[in-house]
Design a protein around this ligand. Structure first.
Ligand code: TEU
Ligand code: CA
Length: 583
């Protein structure tokens, strides 16, 4: 793969700014709050931050609907605060990765405001329009509104098309109706986006996380997708995900922008993307992206109806197979990212772990971290994971804020699901599970705000918070900190390949990270709530007898542990070298 890049060795941390830290008492996290916590992040072992959108926005989708790409939303602070944040990060040798949301913008963006008025406006062609089903020309003013052009569903429910009376056309929105999709076939759109990217890169940011970037090209025929269980609008990414044109657009973006900033990194959000397609985005010869977020491992407990279906029991061999597919598939061909959650996902500790009882919650959070974040790739820690924050179960729907959650609930109830059943699904699957404020301390509102938080805290904050999890030796924060520092201290964690040592075992994740020179480290996790035993491979038994333990949970001072009979959620990271020797 050639020389190691900074982003291959970096530990990343994702910040959802609205919920991180509020410094002026308005109940909304802000840029000053992030600056204030840089030392906290540095100490945790973080090298770079992915910051979710902080641009000016009407907040229909909490900032993923951008009104002005060149302005900081006033509720987060000012451009001065942004420059200050970047300067303070530079002073600590930390890098900032901004969210690039260019599949769509807000309907309140100047482009759309102009576009929607007249078909003759130059901005009209910045968006994707259609006069209606089977029509080539807009129908006469005053005539009935024609049916939608096709049966595509919006990700946030209902049709992906919204009628615009002024031009007698529909516009496409894969997300909310306040997020019109941009027309990437128009070169002027692309040039405006590149200009905006240069503006931010010139400010000194280190790169971009690219929101739904694999959706930017749509099939120009806009065909119906096959009907499913009598649904009026259907989800089917076939006609807008991973199209050949998307790769062409990304190569152009690389030529015109990214190649001019050789240190910069990019990571594309890639739903619906199998590994062979993933390679095409990240293979260095193709000059598209540095890495991608794949989502296959996050679907393992989805019910048959997808994300908003009740979770089903998950299967460890299947999960390992997914992880292996990506580890082996990208090996030598591109770079992986490692992560277990983000601002759209329920908390992984609530999905794969046990969250009642302090001891098992802590062990579950650590077992999950060791299972996923020690493979090959760059780890991304989502805020709160480092203290084992869990899902929340607010007692009524009015406590929820997320558009996707509220639309799901409304539709489910109107389709006849009882309110209590719909709320149960929300508890398990809502994006707000990840968006409750960061729990800093046992003080009021978890130390997040002195005012009224924009969304309530998880009521478990007096127990689960940074203060408790970092002061106690078996705290989750203590473990994450050790793990992240360990990763940074030995190039084997960056460069070593990943070999699955127990593919079929129903409870154990065990893998070896190997270098060409023969050096090796081992990761062993019992990712289950029961004791288990296994046939320890000879090389690993040897390493355990003669080498050293680099990281463990529980630690030997907490409980007696062994490698052959593993306790629930036990973690052992083992080097064949005796302690004190350097590799
Ligand atoms: O998410 C893309 C996306 O497809 C998710 O909305 C998905 O539907 C679900 O939440 C996860 O299963 C990105 C952003 O991460 C998300 O916050 C935005 O709402 C969305 O794009 C639109 O910009
Ligand atoms: Ca604030």
């Amino acid at each position: 793969m050639g020389m190691t890049q900074w982003w291959q060795q970096a530990n990343f941390y994702q910040i959802y700014p609205r919920s991180f830290l509020d410094t002026n008492g308005d109940g909304i996290g802000d840029l000053k709050g992030i600056t204030r916590k840089l030392d906290y992040l540095k100490d945790l072992g973080i090298d770079a931050i992915w910051l979710c959108p902080v641009y000016d926005s009407p907040n229909d989708d909490n900032g993923y609907d951008i009104r002005d790409y060149y302005r900081v939303h006033q509720e987060f602070g000012s451009m001065k605060d942004m420059d200050h944040l970047i300067a303070e990060m530079n002073a600590r040798n930390m890098k900032l990765v901004m969210d690039l949301v260019v599949n769509h913008c807000s309907d309140e963006h100047e482009w759309f405001q102009k576009a929607r008025v007249s078909r003759d406006d130059p901005y009209h062609d910045y968006f994707i329009w259609h006069p209606g089903r089977n029509l080539d020309e807009p129908s006469a003013p005053g005539s009935p509104i024609p049916p939608e052009p096709n049966n595509w569903a919006s990700h946030f429910r209902g049709s992906a098309w919204e009628w615009n009376e002024a031009t007698r056309e529909y516009y496409l929105h894969l997300f909310s109706r306040k997020q019109p999709d941009l027309n990437w076939e128009n070169p002027a759109v692309r040039q405006d986006i590149y200009k905006m990217m240069r503006f931010w890169l010139d400010k000194g940011i280190a790169g971009f996380r690219m929101d739904v970037i694999n959706y930017i090209s749509k099939d120009p025929d806009l065909p119906d997708v096959p009907a499913r269980d009598g649904q009026r609008y259907v989800h089917d990414s076939r006609y807008y995900a991973n199209r050949e044109r998307t790769h062409e657009h990304l190569q152009e973006m690389h030529r015109e922008v990214l190649s001019k900033y050789p240190e910069c990194m990019t990571i594309g959000e890639m739903h619906q993307t199998p590994v062979d397609e993933g390679i095409r985005y990240v293979h260095p010869d193709r000059r598209e992206l540095s890495m991608i977020f794949q989502f296959e491992h996050l679907g393992i407990d989805n019910g048959p109806g997808g994300k908003y279906d009740l979770p089903v029991s998950w299967d460890l061999p299947r999960l390992k197979q997914t992880l292996r597919t990506w580890q082996e598939g990208l090996s030598g061909k591109g770079w992986n990212s490692l992560y277990t959650g983000n601002h759209d996902q329920p908390r992984m500790v609530s999905r794969l772990g046990v969250t009642d009882g302090k001891k098992m919650r802590r062990r579950s959070a650590k077992a999950i971290a060791a299972s996923f974040l020690l493979m090959q790739g760059s780890p991304f820690v989502y805020q709160g994971e480092e203290i084992g924050m869990t899902n929340v179960a607010f007692p009524d729907i009015d406590s929820y804020r997320d558009i996707e959650t509220l639309n799901y609930y409304r539709e489910a109830v109107s389709n006849g699901l009882s309110e209590s059943k719909a709320l149960r699904v929300v508890h398990l699957r809502s994006r707000d599970n990840a968006r409750t404020p960061m729990q800093w301390s046992p003080d009021a509102h978890g130390g997040f705000t002195t005012g009224v938080p924009w969304i309530s805290l998880n009521p478990n904050y007096p127990d689960i918070n940074v203060r408790n999890e970092s002061r106690e030796s078996d705290g989750v924060h203590t473990f994450y900190r050790s793990l992240l520092h360990m990763r940074r201290n030995d190039p084997i964690w960056t460069q070593g390949t990943c070999e699955d040592l127990a593919p079929e075992h129903p409870q154990i994740i065990a893998y070896a990270r190997r270098m060409e020179d023969g050096s090796v480290v081992y990761v062993v996790v019992n990712l289950s709530t029961r004791d288990t035993s296994w046939d320890v491979p000879a090389e690993l038994a040897d390493a355990c007898a003669n080498g050293s333990v680099l990281l463990a949970s529980p630690t030997s001072s907490e409980e007696e542990t062994s490698l052959t009979k593993l306790l629930p959620m036990q973690v052992m990271v083992i080097s064949p070298l005796p302690s004190g020797s350097t590799s």
